[in-house]
Design a protein around this ligand. Structure first.
Ligand code: ACO
Length: 427
């Protein structure tokens, strides 16, 4: 027998089942609330509202735990590669060798985009932000792959999935190459998934591409760490757009736009710009700490704080260590890494940050690694999108397979009551 939670209002009692997740999390199932009471709930920012049941990612923000399909993020970042993690997230289990090879093969089969897409990219000014370009190109892909819209069978879903996993890295690479004035090219299907992405982004027309294992491993790790994070802003966007039965690519395009904002994925660009500004301003971290705490100053310490983590973001711990290792291995000394470490130390000892449980999040150190890998600052959020792609796909697929209803929140109307129309001459 399930537990109930009772709501009492004006002498009437209403029972709602309390349901338990596999990690003993409790939720009050209020599906019948409106029909029983005529009331809705009000929860701006959905701070207390679960939008779905999901078997993909578990996170405990108090304890700083993150797991994909039951596997800890620490172990996956250490032992798995990005394509394995993508398969795990999307299909629920780690692939065996044959499954992984078949998956990679199917992706390779789709690893071109229609040449006409270059004309669309060409129409953007070079100054366009890469996230806007990427979102538009992802949407434009639908026109060249119309069968990806009506995905009513698992087989049709599978082909939409391998298509986007194949084509998205090409769009990412082209977006960066256009910005840098480099020719648009394709990858090399004989390479691993992540190595191929790196080659597509960085291959120079007049030079042979040489693999750097430190760089590929760092990229692989960053992509894994960004691969999913349950019902965050962009993922919820993907699910809600997909719930109208818009196709996968349209849902992803909306997710990319949601990720762009500086309060979400755009924070990685904002962090690096902030660290650079502090450096140019003489490196006075105390001044910026004071600004972050001043309620009359809109400045926030970017890369700090999280809606769910009220403890260390486990991804930030891994990325901080990786930043030290990658910069060390590549022989790079970056003064902004020291500024970041100084800011972190001060914030962790500062009462304002302690009281509000504000810790470094995934974006605090990631930009420092991207910079060391030669990725331009404006491309940081694009790299986040590349990593998040399997998570968005997994969440979209789960939502479709569970046949979830269209997402459509309620509101509490606080506007004018009914009033007669007044003609313009009389207003
Ligand atoms: N710097 C200074 N103060 C902060 C910061 C920060 N980075 N983050 C939160 N606070 C303060 C708020 O001012 C507020 O203080 P108050 O209680 O005195 O009013 C309190 O901490 C709670 O903050 P909220 O904004 O209510 O928390 P919320 O859960 O809505 O926001 C968010 C979380 C958006 C991540 C916020 O911490 C933030 O803006 N951080 C900086 C941007 C950032 O790094 N975003 C990336 C998040 S990770 C990701 O999306 C991949």
């Amino acid at each position: 027998m399930s537990d109930n939670a009772t709501l009492e209002y004006k002498g009437e009692k209403y029972d709602f089942p309390v349901i338990k997740g596999t990690e003993d999390e409790l939720a009050i199932d209020i599906k019948t609330l409106r029909s029983l009471t005529t009331m809705t709930t009000l929860d701006p920012g959905y701070k207390n509202t679960g939008s779905c049941e999901s078997a993909i990612t578990f996170l405990d923000g108090e304890k700083g735990i993150l797991r994909y399909r039951g596997y800890s993020i620490e172990e996956l970042a250490e032992k798995a590669d990005f394509l394995e993690v993508a398969y795990l997230l999307i299909f629920g289990e780690l692939p065996n060798k044959e499954q992984l090879d078949a998956f990679h093969h199917d992706i390779i089969e789709e690893s071109t985009v229609d040449e006409e897409m270059k004309k669309i990219l060409d129409a953007f000014p070079k100054s366009a932000h890469p996230m806007g370009v990427l979102s538009s190109l992802t949407s434009a892909l639908i026109a060249f792959n119309p069968t990806t819209v009506d995905v009513s069978s698992e087989k049709a879903m599978y082909y939409a999935i391998v298509r986007i996993l194949a084509k998205f890295p090409i769009l990412v690479a082209w977006t960066m190459r256009k910005k840098k004035g480099l020719p648009l090219d394709y990858g090399d299907d004989s390479l691993g998934y992540v190595e191929n992405i790196h080659k597509m982004m960085f291959k120079r027309p007049n030079k042979e591409y040489k693999k750097n294992q430190i760089v590929i491993d760092a990229l692989d790790k960053l992509l894994i760490l960004h691969a999913d994070h349950e019902q965050n802003c962009s993922t919820s966007t993907v699910r809600i757009v997909g719930s109208s039965h818009a196709g996968l690519f349209a849902s992803l395009s909306a997710g990319i736009s949601a990720l762009w904002g500086p309060l979400h994925g755009g924070a990685n660009q904002a962090v690096l710009e902030m660290l650079q500004a502090i450096e140019e301003d003489g490196g006075d971290t105390k001044k910026y700490m004071a600004k972050a705490k001043d309620k009359n100053d809109p400045f926030r310490l970017m890369g700090f704080g999280h809606r769910v983590y009220k403890n260390f973001d486990p991804r930030a711990k891994i990325i901080k260590k990786a930043a030290d290792e990658v910069l060390g291995d590549l022989g790079i000394e970056d003064p902004i890494l020291e500024i970041a470490k100084g800011l972190e130390k001060e914030a962790l000892e500062d009462q304002y940050f302690v009281d509000r449980k504000l810790y470094p999040n995934v974006d605090f150190y990631s930009g420092i690694i991207y910079r060391a890998l030669g990725i331009p600052t404006e491309m940081f959020t694009v790299m986040f999108a590349l990593g998040r792609l399997p998570g968005w796909i997994a969440q979209w697929r789960e939502m479709r397979l569970r046949n979830e209803p269209i997402g459509r929140p309620r509101q509490l109307y606080i506007g004018e009551n009914s009033r007669p129309f007044v003609t313009v001459a009389k207003r």
